[in-house]
Design a protein around this ligand. Structure first.
Ligand code: BES
Ligand code: MN
Ligand code: ZN
Length: 495
């Protein structure tokens, strides 16, 4: 998909589709008014007669509007005028992306960057529009036979304006495209079946990205993990025929002495629960249990594309969680890389086991901050549903920073407590801690477990069990929280 910017009259632009904005009460934007005048009032009449209401997230496609050069006119509802709510803007451009992807228009011009958005500037509007277009063009059909039909998404998008377009906008167009590419990679990895997307597959992806973006990538093998004493990670992996991989990616965009931000992504490529076997209904969805890893690879892609001037390390402990003759038993006690011992009372609480060793490994970078991302608990889905990511942190400023970036990116998180009171639930008579804390506050006790391995730096944990994918008719990976993470790193780089 190619992007460009252009100052142009909407009625005269030579393109397959021109998209203009309308607001609540069918108030027309400047571009829409111009088009309406050129059409002799046809546009406003057509809008009225179709019964269209320009609510955010609704669109209306019109054909053969007189006075317009473009054969298609898409009206994008953006909600309240004159100043649009950020969420309405995002809902609007996403709906526009969907409408365009079905329209068959090869090249479309959108006048969305002329909208005034509350607390956001034109750069934001451009980035959001572009990433929404890239996301809307996404399809996962590589594994369908050839007759699945070709994508009809446009191959060219022009961000158009009735005003002069500042030169600086181009940078945000490129960033929006980079973000969309990262999001779509995360979605691909999530959607791939677990017989293809194995730990080794994730490692190959990381190596490919390393080549493309000149990042240093190394993959630690089982024997390396043994040497490091990663007993918790290895306990998860030992029931599987797929060898575990520990992936290390280094994006060196900042100065040599700048401390890196470390991202740690849970990479369970399939979670059966192990000996504490999960019920079989919907178990296929546990292929998404590597979405934390997917979001790290997606974010590394986005910042690689952007050439972000910041040092960022990505760590991915990748493994399957399978039952088998050699699998970990409930009751087994293992020693983590930190030296702390863990009684594994439930082999289905495996995410924290692979993450804790990765968190200890992260110490060697003396990181500016560590953020781990994991489809960690069903309890988080119960608490926050599919709307907000659960955010836990040992540093309130870092938490605040992430919350704000989530708002800005339209990829929101909600701050959850990490009080010492909850640590009690991890007590056991037989080891330093148990790997489960019982049913109450399940997402909190999981975070409490991780906090014991993140004492040496500022750390945040994102539980994305509810936000990384959708089930039902629209089943598939969402690419969250790549937008939040990318925004976080961009802000840290001063962008
Ligand atoms: N991968 C799951 C968490 C999960 C569950 C994500 C449902 C998305 C939807 C995780 O490994 C897990 O099994 N967690 C257990 C923990 C429990 C045994 C303490 C859970 O949430 O039930
Ligand atoms: Mn599990
Ligand atoms: Zn899991």
């Amino acid at each position: 998909m190619d992007f460009s910017t252009k100052n142009a009259k909407p009625e005269a632009i030579k393109i397959d589709c021109v998209a203009v904005v309308a607001h609540t009460g069918n108030k027309l934007s400047t571009a829409a008014q111009q088009l309406d005048r050129a059409s002799g009032g046809h546009l406003s009449r057509a809008i009225r007669e179709s019964g269209f209401e320009a609510k955010a997230g609704t669109t209306l496609m019109l054909y053969g509007v007189p006075g317009a050069t473009a054969p298609r006119v898409l009206v994008i509802g953006l909600g309240k005028a004159p100043r649009v709510a950020p969420k309405d803007f995002r809902d609007g451009v996403r709906a526009a992306g969907r409408a365009l992807a079905e329209s068959g228009a090869k090249h479309a011009a959108l006048y969305t960057i002329d909208a005034e958005v509350v607390d956001r500037d034109q750069d934001w509007a451009a980035l959001q529009t572009v990433s929404a277009m890239v996301e809307a063009a996404y399809r996962f059909d590589a594994l369908k036979s050839a007759n699945a039909g070709k994508s009809k998404a446009p191959s060219g998008i022009t961000l158009a304006s009735t005003d002069r377009i500042p030169k600086s906008l181009a940078a945000n167009v490129a960033r929006g495209q980079a973000l969309g590419t990262g999001i779509n990679l995360a979605r691909d990895l999530g959607n791939l079946p677990p017989n293809i997307c194995t730990p080794a597959y994730l490692a190959r992806q990381a190596l490919d990205l390393g080549k493309r973006y000149r990042m240093k990538v190394s993959v630690l093998e089982q024997k390396d993990m043994q040497k490091l004493g990663m007993g918790a990670l290895l306990a998860v992996a030992q029931g599987s025929r797929q060898p575990p991989k520990f992936i290390v990616m280094e994006h060196r965009g900042g100065s040599a002495k700048q401390k890196p931000v470390v991202l740690v992504g849970k990479g369970i490529t399939f979670d059966t629960g192990g000996i504490s076997l999960k019920p079989s209904a919907e178990m296929d969805e546990m292929k998404y249990d590597m979405s934390g890893a997917g979001s790290v690879l997606g974010t590394m892609t986005a910042i690689g594309e952007m050439k972000l001037p910041l040092n960022v390390v990505g760590l991915i402990p990748a493994s399957e969680n399978m039952p088998g003759g050699n699998a970990t038993r409930p009751g087994d006690i293992v020693k983590s890389m930190s030296g702390q011992t863990i009684e594994i009372l439930n082999t289905d609480a495996e995410g924290r086991l692979v993450l804790c060793d990765a968190l200890t490994y992260a110490e060697r970078y003396q990181p500016a901050a560590v953020v781990d991302i994991a489809t960690l608990t069903g309890a988080c889905v119960i608490a926050l549903g599919h709307v907000a990511t659960g955010l836990f942190s040992n540093d309130d400023k870092l938490a605040e920073e992430l919350l704000e970036c989530g708002q800005l990116a339209g990829d929101r998180a909600w701050h959850m407590p990490l009080w010492d009171d909850y640590q009690e639930q991890l007590k056991t008579n037989f080891a330093d801690m148990a790997n489960i804390g019982g049913r109450p506050a399940g997402s909190v006790t999981a975070a409490c477990f991780l906090s014991r391995y993140a004492k040496k730096y500022k750390w945040a944990h994102l539980d994305i069990a509810g936000t990384a994918w959708r089930s039902g008719k629209e089943k598939g990976s969402t690419g969250r929280p790549v937008p939040l993470l990318t925004q976080f790193l961009m802000s840290r780089a001063g962008w």
